[in-house]
Ligand binder design. Structure first.
Ligand SMILES: Cc1cc2nc3c(=O)[nH]c(=O)nc-3n(C[C@H](O)[C@H](O)[C@H](O)COP(=O)(O)OP(=O)(O)OC[C@H]3O[C@@H](n4cnc5c(N)ncnc54)[C@H](O)[C@@H]3O)c2cc1C
Length: 458
């Protein structure tokens, strides 16, 4: 059965922030019939960007919920996400499209906080309200948990990277780069390694130093707000993909849930998908990289792209949700702890009113992968009790293991471009070539880039 996402009767174009009539028009929007395969952040970004220009799109999504790897799931009647995500202030395109598609009366759905990194109980760094990059220098100089030499070395590392515009002649691993710049063990342990693992979802011995530097550049080298943390106050399907679907529908598009596109065939004037939806002038494949081969391998022109994505390896992210009695609180909304398994903790009560619900993120590969889910939850619970004895006993727990959460952001990884050798067939997704690791912003930028290629009609 197919589900359609349609706009509600009360929706009207004027209820959105940006009236389409205020945009320059495309010569013949009716000449475009764009299919978007995949309703994650990349596909829905392409849909919103095209809808903004009055181009009708049809989005096909296998699942019954939009969002892909950032989607709502329901556990024990509680709406959660498949994984605990955060954004940063530098995610400009994601924030722009959330604004574009959100109705004026709706809350944005994000809590913006100044940069604060906590590794309880040893480390605490907080950016003061100073212009960038002084806010970072001051944060490093005042960081609790580093000795004076460590703070100076960390600040000197950033200064050196700034001088070389955050570029390396040759990529290396993050571990190698940090050793080359003689970063002391405490700085590596509490600052750079947690940043590397959370941003690149790849352990420092394997992670690309170049992509890590781009992340530092975009977070710390622009305006102060770029390094702000944006924590979710709503689920990630509602935050953007469902808003984008309503926006696209309002602009003549449609979204088909529960439909898997099995094949894309070329026709004389465009493309035909193995669904019953007729022909399309342009196709944007916005599926996750491990799902791409099925769609592209029948096309010999795409053999090279196929080889690139077949060479990817993947990293997991585990999310452990623990429901403690109402009133149970962490001393922060989001922070890390020094522990074997648990990395970042989210107090969902403080963030989105889910009282007593604590989410724990474990990024990248590690010893936790060898444990049964209940055993992992038991160990995480023990770690939380050791740090915060007042929490008591959780009433229930749930582990969500995303085995292919992201591609491994490894040294020198080659990623395919949005444009393919087949005219009017494009690739969107967090894995396409960019300065970003696999993130929401990478996915959104990639979707927007594909939309622009469609608009240029090439
Ligand atoms: C647990 C977890 C935590 C994360 N944390 C963060 C974070 O804190 N910050 C951050 O920025 N990023 C984070 N990420 C990464 C981020 O979620 C992804 O980079 C982003 O969601 C990828 O979006 P995408 O649109 O490229 O791909 P996807 O989300 O994978 O979307 C692809 C969509 O295509 C659909 N599809 C596949 N094949 C077909 C087909 N044949 N026909 C129709 N539909 C199809 C899929 O069902 C899916 O919905 C996290 C990821 C995970 C898993």
């Amino acid at each position: 059965m197919k589900d359609e996402v349609s706009s509600k009767a009360s929706d009207s174009p004027s209820s959105f922030r940006l009236s389409p009539s205020s945009l320059p028009s495309i010569p013949h929007p009716s000449a475009f019939r764009v299919a978007i395969v995949g309703g994650g952040y990349a596909g829905m970004a392409a849909a919103a960007e095209l809808a903004r220009r009055e181009i009708p799109v049809t989005v096909f999504e296998t699942a019954r919920t939009l969002g892909g790897r950032a989607r709502r799931v329901e556990i024990n009647g509680v709406p959660l996400d498949n994984g605990l995500h955060i954004l940063i202030g530098a995610y400009r395109e994601t924030l722009r499209l959330i604004e574009l598609t959100r109705r004026p009366q709706e809350a944005q759905g994000l809590v913006r906080l100044p940069l604060e990194l906590i590794v309880h109980p040893h480390f605490h760094l907080r950016a003061p309200r100073l212009p960038a990059p002084l806010h970072l220098v001051a944060a490093l100089i005042c960081a609790r948990g580093l000795d004076l030499a460590g703070r100076i070395k960390a600040a000197a590392f950033i200064a050196s990277m700034r001088r070389q515009a955050f570029r390396l002649g040759t990529d290396s691993s993050v571990e190698h780069l940090l050793a080359r710049y003689r970063q002391p063990p405490a700085v590596t342990r509490y600052l750079w390694n947690p940043l590397c693992v959370s941003a690149l979802n790849t352990q420092p011995h394997e992670a690309s130093a170049q992509i890590f530097l781009y992340v530092l550049r975009d977070s710390f080298n622009g305006v102060r707000g770029d390094s702000d943390l944006l924590l979710p106050a709503m689920n990630f399907s509602a935050l953007f993909p469902e808003r984008a679907a309503a926006f696209a529908t309002l602009h003549g598009g449609s979204v088909r849930l529960g439909v898997t596109v099995e094949a894309v065939r070329r026709t004389a004037g465009g493309f035909e998908l193995a669904t019953q939806d007729g022909r399309f002038s342009h196709v944007i494949l916005a599926v996750s990289p491990h799902r791409l081969s099925t769609l592209i391998s029948p096309h010999p022109e795409l053999a090279e792209v196929n080889e690139l994505v077949q060479a990817f390896s993947y990293q997991p992210i585990h999310s452990v949700f623990l429901q403690y009695p109402p009133g149970s609180r962490l001393p922060f909304r989001m922070g890390g702890i020094e522990a074997t398994y648990s990395q970042w903790l989210f107090d969902r009560g403080r963030l989105c009113g889910q009282d007593g619900l604590i989410g724990v993120v474990i990024s990248a590969s590690g010893a936790h992968q060898d444990l049964e889910q209940d055993e992992l939850a038991r160990r995480v619970r023990a770690e939380l009790s050791a740090h915060f004895p007042d929490l008591g006993e959780p009433r229930w727990h749930r582990v969500i293991a995303e085995k292919r959460a992201t591609f491994s952001c490894s040294v020198g990884l080659r990623r395919p471009t949005n444009r393919t050798p087949i005219s009017r067939l494009y690739l969107a997704g967090d894995y396409t070539a960019s300065d970003y690791p696999a993130t929401l912003e990478a996915a959104v930028r990639s979707g927007v880039a594909c939309a622009r290629l469609v608009l240029e009609n090439n």
